[in-house]
Design a protein around this ligand. Sequence first.
Ligand code: GDP
Length: 420
Amino acid sequence: GENRETVKIVVVGHVDHGKSTVIGRLLYDTNSLPEGAIDRVKRISKEKGKPFEYAYLLDAFEEEQKQGITIDTTQLQFFTAKRDYVIIDAPGHKEFLKNMISGAASAEAALLIIDANEGIKEQSKRHGYILSLLGIQKVYVIVNKMDLLAYSEEKFIQIKGEFNEFLNTLQVTPLDYIPISAFYGENIAKKSEEMPWYKGKPILEAIDDIPKDKELSGKPLRFPIQDVYKFDARRIIVGRIEAGILKEGDEIHITPGNKTTRVKTVEFWANKDTGTVVSAGQSVGITVEDEFFNKRGEIISHLEAVPVVSNRFRANVFWMGKNDLVTKKKYKIKLATAEVEAEIKSILKVIDASTLSGDEKSQKVRINDVAEIIVETKEPVAFDEFKDSKATGRFVIVDGYDVAGGGIISRAEEAVLTKG
Ligand code: GDP
């Protein structure tokens, strides 16, 4: 419907712990399946000589897609009375990480599935770690297959304790732990009678409690300067408003140049917009009272919420380059509209994206690896931590002429003066 909120969720977990079954159940229990899907699942289950498998719902979708019918497997949707959900399907770790870090798909929340019977696997921990790397803090840990353990509260408490201990080391506090049986639909749409000891909500009610990310226009102003044009005697600063609202007469601050001035006029030309107020998503030109020398790459904000300015930050990168990412080499970083020379000061940890195994000693990042690194730019740049502002907290790394990696800024580091 109109004005309904959409929340994007990713479902992760060790293989066979029940991701597809949970997704299938969520779609089924919310009546979000296209007509005929259940019949197809029955047929696929029969062909494979299995009882009815909710997990095959995803296969049924894929089949439909191959036939050119409209469903997009990567954008499964379901609806509750409160709002809409999009499940970001992750065909593999690699694609998921790449899409998440590049911003092609950005999940706000996650369901991390653990098989109660098998318990916590190395992969469950790595997925927890990856979620923290991606800045996804809104996580429900779903303890699945409780039916195999006669719905034992003791087992649930044990898994919860053990996993919490691990998550604490990442400074992640899940929203809650939910014991379920995806197969039998326990604690999915309604509270399970098999687990009266569980006092929390079933999944479909619990996710409605996930606080929605703030609308971009409600966030602090971020207006990266794309260009400055000279028209007659006037200088017009152009760019796209990435967050917040900008009005004629506003006092604004420009970083890293560290100048304060006032907006004289708001100008439009390439589109039909008019007015004196612009907000996130709009491309615009402005003139300002003091004609400083402003340049591409600087960020305009309001004084009360300026971006960070530094030449060092900690980041999580996904590397796609043919040559390894290494220290002591010159790269170019593109961050919002800024382009600046940079070096990798240190490589803190490298994770192989296809196996998710980690290495704390590696001094190079290979193709398809994820790594935690410290970046040092030649000149100070204006940016934000990714969790505060996606558009100004994300960057790409250019190696020679190729975009070879993407990263998100996890923490600003104190500026270090390398020259003079
Ligand atoms: P995925 O690899 O994480 O997507 O796991 P699937 O959803 O494909 O599930 C793997 C297997 O576990 C399938 O045979 C499912 O039927 C089974 N399974 C999933 N959820 C449950 C559950 O709640 N109880 C039981 N007994 N089996 C389940």
